[in-house]
Write a protein of this length. Structure first.
Length: 325
């Protein structure tokens, strides 16, 4: 059984290739609604998360797999990661273990890649201004993913305080052609893309400020009691989700609006439906903001893990001629 560490995950699958792998899996008929629910097991100092799945990679190879992740809220104060984990990839026919992958690297890659897979069909082709809430691994991954699909030139990083925002900006590497600055939540008024990558329990910005062409990506939580976007954003946007079942079970941003009778779950647009239509479809041309609410699903982990394994098995270190924009 191969051990594929964090560096090897990144080397085997560039961001652009990860985005394409998820899009292709959905085009090929993968059904996110068939995913088993995430098992959340409370323990004394956090949670154990178990995410099993079965399916095929874009190359057609059948796999099963399971991610075990841990969430320890007190870990950052100890200098340890809040989220840790491993992914066990199995051959689907024999259930023989094939590889053990670094779960954090896999999660960071697939979460940003699925956001970009959605944004690629929702955001204007010339989207160049990104507002980024947060400064952790997911914020960095989302910057890389969105640069792979859109010509970003300006990124405004928003933290809990102006000082925190300045600290976050210092943590982003200098990138040619991209200006990264600290800002306030009202920067969304001039944004093309907004990525919410936080552990916030309450909305991060005033949704009435969103321009009609804006695309919001909310990825920070999978808990019914947590949210990053407000009622106005949810009610006035075209809302895209990975699956209706997962969203109505775990997406606090939506559940809290649905429970008050302000949103009909039938209005939620599954990503698979969107991705099987052309980019000029109704969601992309609706004249209203777009919201992609992601909770993270096991099928995404399986597709990325299988694709990484195949690239690693073939001795690949990336795609020739394909760098991130």
């Amino acid at each position: 059984m191969k051990i594929i560490d964090a560096a090897s995950v990144a080397a085997a699958l560039p961001m652009r290739a990860a985005i394409r792998a998820l899009q292709q899996a959905l085009r090929d008929g993968l059904d996110p609604e068939a995913d088993p629910p995430r098992a959340v097991v409370p323990v004394d100092h956090g949670q154990l998360l178990l995410m099993p799945a079965e399916g095929r990679s874009p190359r057609g190879r059948a796999y099963a797999g399971v991610k075990m992740a841990t969430v320890a809220p007190d870990n950052p104060a100890r200098g340890l990661p809040r989220i840790q984990g491993q992914y066990l990839l199995l051959d689907a026919e024999t259930l023989t273990p094939l590889a053990l992958l670094d779960g954090v690297a896999l999660t960071n890659l697939r979460t940003a890649a699925v956001s970009a897979a959605a944004a690629d069909l929702l955001a204007p082709p010339d989207a160049s201004r990104l507002v980024l809430f947060g400064g952790g691994p997911q914020a960095h991954s989302h910057l890389a993913a969105l640069r792979a699909i859109r010509p970003l030139t300006e990124v405004t990083v928003v933290g809990r305080t102006p000082e925190r925002a300045r600290q976050l900006v210092e943590g982003f590497p200098e990138t040619a052609g991209v200006r990264v600055v600290a800002g306030e939540p009202d920067a969304v008024a001039d944004a093309d893309l907004i990525a919410c990558c936080t552990t916030a329990r309450t909305p991060l910005f005033d949704g009435t400020l969103l321009p009609p062409h804006a695309t919001v990506l909310a990825v920070g939580s999978h808990e019914p009691g947590a949210r990053e976007v407000d009622d106005h954003t949810v009610r006035h946007a075209t809302v895209v989700v990975e699956s209706r079942a997962a969203a109505t079970r775990e997406a606090g941003d939506l559940i809290q609006v649905i429970d008050r009778g302000l949103l009909d779950p039938a209005q939620l647009l599954p990503l698979a439906d969107l991705i099987r239509t052309t980019p000029g479809g109704p969601a992309a041309a609706s004249g209203r903001p777009r919201l992609f609410k992601s909770v993270g699903m096991a099928w995404e982990d399986l597709v990325i893990a299988g694709t990484v394994h195949e690239a690693h098995e073939a001795g690949l270190s990336g795609e020739s001629g394909e760098g991130d924009r």
